[in-house]
Design a protein. Structure first.
Length: 202
C-alpha cells in the first residue's frame, strides 16, 4: 500500500490547499452571495469526496491487495492531468473561484482557457478522479460504490450551476454549442467575454 498511500496523501494535501484558498476567496466576496446548488448538495459532495479518499484505502488495507503496477501508474498520470486542469481552471477564474460555488454576478463569466472547449472543466477533473483514485489501488468495490453516487451528485450540481449561470447576461449565447463535461465536436466561434464565477468543487 506504500505508493498508493503516498498518492492519497498527495491528493489530500491538494484538497486542503484548495479549501484554504476557497475560504480566502469567499471572504473577499460580497456578503449577499449565495450557493447556487440545491440545499444539502454541498455536504453530500464533501462526504463523498472524503469517502473517495478513505474507502479505497480501507479496501486495500482489508483485502491486502497490491496495486496493479501498470494501472497504478496510468492513474497517476491521469491524476497529474486533473491537477493541471484544476490549477488552469482556478487561474482562469481568479478571485471568482471558490469551492462552495458562490455566485457573484458582478464578476461576469469566463470564456478563456479551458472554457473555450466546455462549460465545466473543473467537474471533468473531478469525474476523472472519481475513477482514477480507486483504480490506482485496484479498489474495485470502492469504485463500484462511489462512482455512481459521485456521478449523480455531480450531474445535479452541473444542472443547478447551468441554471444559475444562464441568468447572467450573454452567458447562454457565449456558451451555445459547448458541452458540459466533454468538448463537443461541433465548431463554435470563440467568445470575447472575460470573467466568470464558476465551479465550486473539492
Amino acid at each position: 500500500m506504500g505508493l498508493f498511500g503516498l498518492l492519497l496523501a498527495a491528493v489530500s494535501l491538494g484538497r486542503i490547499f484548495e479549501l484554504r484558498l476557497s475560504r480566502k476567496r469567499i471572504r473577499a466576496l460580497p456578503q449577499d452571495c449565495v450557493p447556487f446548488d440545491r440545499k444539502g448538495n454541498w455536504p453530500l459532495m464533501v462526504a463523498l469526496h472524503v469517502a473517495l479518499l478513505g474507502m479505497p484505502l480501507g479496501e486495500v488495507l482489508y483485502t491486502g491487495r497490491a496495486p496493479t503496477p501498470w494501472l497504478f501508474w496510468t492513474c497517476v498520470v491521469a491524476l497529474l492531468g486533473t491537477t493541471a486542469l484544476r490549477i488552469w481552471t482556478q487561474r482562469e477564474l481568479g478571485p471568482a473561484w471558490n469551492a462552495r460555488g458562490l455566485l457573484d454576478p458582478s464578476l461576469g463569466f469566463q470564456c478563456t482557457g479551458p472554457y473555450r472547449l466546455l462549460r465545466h472543466p473543473n467537474y471533468l477533473a473531478v469525474l476523472i478522479e472519481v475513477f482514477a483514485i480507486p483504480l490506482a489501488g485496484s479498489a474495485f468495490l470502492s469504485l463500484a460504490v462511489l462512482a455512481p453516487a459521485h456521478i449523480a451528485v455531480l450531474l445535479r450540481r452541473v444542472w443547478d450551476e447551468n441554471e444559475a449561470l444562464e441568468t447572467l447576461p450573454g452567458y447562454a449565447e457565449a456558451f451555445a454549442g459547448r458541452g458540459n463535461l466533454f468538448p463537443k465536436l461541433t465548431s463554435h466561434q470563440p467568445s470575447s467575454f472575460s470573467s466568470r464565477p464558476r465551479e465550486g468543487t473539492i
